[in-house]
Design a protein around this ligand. Sequence first.
Ligand SMILES: Nc1ncnc2c1ncn2[C@@H]1O[C@H](COP(=O)(O)OP(=O)(O)OP(=O)(O)O)[C@@H](O)[C@H]1O
Length: 689
Amino acid sequence: MMENQKQIVLLAGTKETRIALSHQLQSILGDFFHIRSYSSEEMLPSLLENEIVILSSYLIKREVAHCLSDSCKVITARRTVNYEYMDQLLQLPEGTDVMYVNDFPQTVEQSVQTLIHLGIDHLNYLPYYPGIPQYQYADIAVTPGEMHLVPKEVKKIINIGVRLIDITTITEILSELDVLDDRATGISERFTEKIIQLSKKLALANQKALQLNEHLDKVLNGVNDGILSFDHTGKITVFNEELENIFSTASKQAVGKNIRQIIRDKELLHFLIATENEESDQFFTIHDTNVMVHRFTLPADNTMIATFKNTSTTISMEKAARHELKRKGYIGKYFFSDIIGNSEEIVRTKNIAKKLAATDLSLLIQGESGTGKELFASSIHNESGRRNGPFLAVNCSALSEDLLESELFGYEEGAFTGAKKGGKQGLFEQAEGGTIFLDEIGDISVKLQTRLLRVLQEKELRRVGGTRVLPIDVRVISATNKDLASDIKQGLFREDLYHRLNVLYLKIPALRERKGDIPLLLNHFFSMRSTKKMKVDNEVIGHLINRSWSGNVRELKNAIEYMLAVCDGERITVSDLPQEVMRIRSFKESLEREAMQEIAATTEELPLIAPNEEATLMECIYHNHITGKASSRKSLLKELESKGVTLSEAQIRLRLDLLERKGYIVKAKGRKGTRLTESGLVFVKSELV
Ligand SMILES: Nc1ncnc2c1ncn2[C@@H]1O[C@H](COP(=O)(O)OP(=O)(O)OP(=O)(O)O)[C@@H](O)[C@H]1O
């Protein structure tokens, strides 16, 4: 200590205040003055004379009066909050409730005023001091070092430290000591240093917030959808670039305005400001742009958010996505409109399939080979909610067990010799969000059945040789031409897997059960091959209709391809028929034993109708058709009898049912009676006339 160094005495109420203030004085004035400090809580000095005494607050005046003689110069400190801790308050969101805790009502009042003056006015200060008659509780308490006064229930305490002596008091001390001029600059610089530090912190935080805002802006403007948000008063807070395009309104004009000033469409406005909290979607046309608007609320801050999806852009994006899937071959090529046929059987099957498409459940399709199982699977996918996802078809009988396993479930690097570096995604992973079609499911090994069952049960899979569990979201449509129920009995197929696959069931009729569709299919396959109208001899159609088609539509398609290849390019005659079709030469010849056997072997699901009965019945109906008479069961009974065929009315009804299922006739009630269809006419013309 220098000789003659001037002295300052600090008197405080508590030890904590004494330490904080003497520390402050020391750091600002310590180089020039000697500072002694006392607190009434610890021990006060004996009578002070000729000293410059600083009181920490006017509240302690009485307590310390006995230590002060008249010769002392007493300065009561004005105190201000400690800037060093202010950033903790600045981090709290706007409008947060905080309890301000201090020892006396006056100090609470003063400090809150100071904070508000300092610009820390974004908080809702609720006063608290010991003995306050009534107070409002908040989870957060702010206190200048008076931690022990904070009510126990408070969850978080922000200690902003003991309030410090303000600059005006420091100036007063300096002038009292008569050193204002020479040292004031340096001293006030030290004082303001802390404030500068805080401003720096704030500037930095501000800069970060700005960066974050810019980043958010980029994100909001980078998306293809319009994004709008507004608060509970209707004030718009976000209006991104895409919305500028949709509404032809600049974001600058919209943000801060009330939504009612910007959105003129009453229906849209009504939809956006609807009070119910539920999310909802609605379609609107805004300035010729079709948009799907999705709205939801953020209950925490009572904000409404709406996204505007431009449907034409979305459709073209979906097209692009489909194009990409198509490039990979992961697309369902067929739609219900590609399934040709108007027989009762096929129409009913299509109607059921459309209903099944609306669900997301596993489906087992059963049908003979070539009946169009893949056609149905693809159409169901394309009509389902997964239509924009991939459609992958796998023929389970085409691959060896190991290959099928790694194709379906993928493998990790090093799973087996020859495994690709980095492993490989399986078809299940690639079908994510879409549908996988497992054809010939009855042919998979028991080991793969077990694996598949696990995937279906847990909706997650593990690649071959892997430990990672990957969640999957894939609809499984499987198909079989086998009788899986009998495979289960023989222990060849797991019953539990069968039930998983067979949640929904669809049976595709064989072609011979809907022969009426043959002429339509014929035209369809012709038009697929050439634009030229082909003439087809009736006799050819008769042959095609008479065949039992054990290979179903695929076999018919192949036969048609064959005929197109061998015909003269304009007309198809009997000589163009493939040999196997010619095996049944004509309907009458089909009574020959070999042909009879074939029909019997392939039509077991349809009750048999003796060919002579069928022919005679058709003849009678045809006769009535050309003479304009109605074919009632009674009239047919008589006509058949006259031709030597004796059948009861019930037997006739059964046979008419069968002819209808084949697509040859349509039964109608009343006077019209039974009528011939086009296929029926073709049948009659080629076989009977
Ligand atoms: N109703 C139909 N309309 C048009 N084409 C059809 C119809 N049914 C089947 N096809 C065609 O027949 C062929 C065989 O169909 P698909 O492959 O779907 O049969 P599948 O029952 O899955 O056969 P498999 O049991 O051999 O797997 C395909 O070329 C398909 O386009």
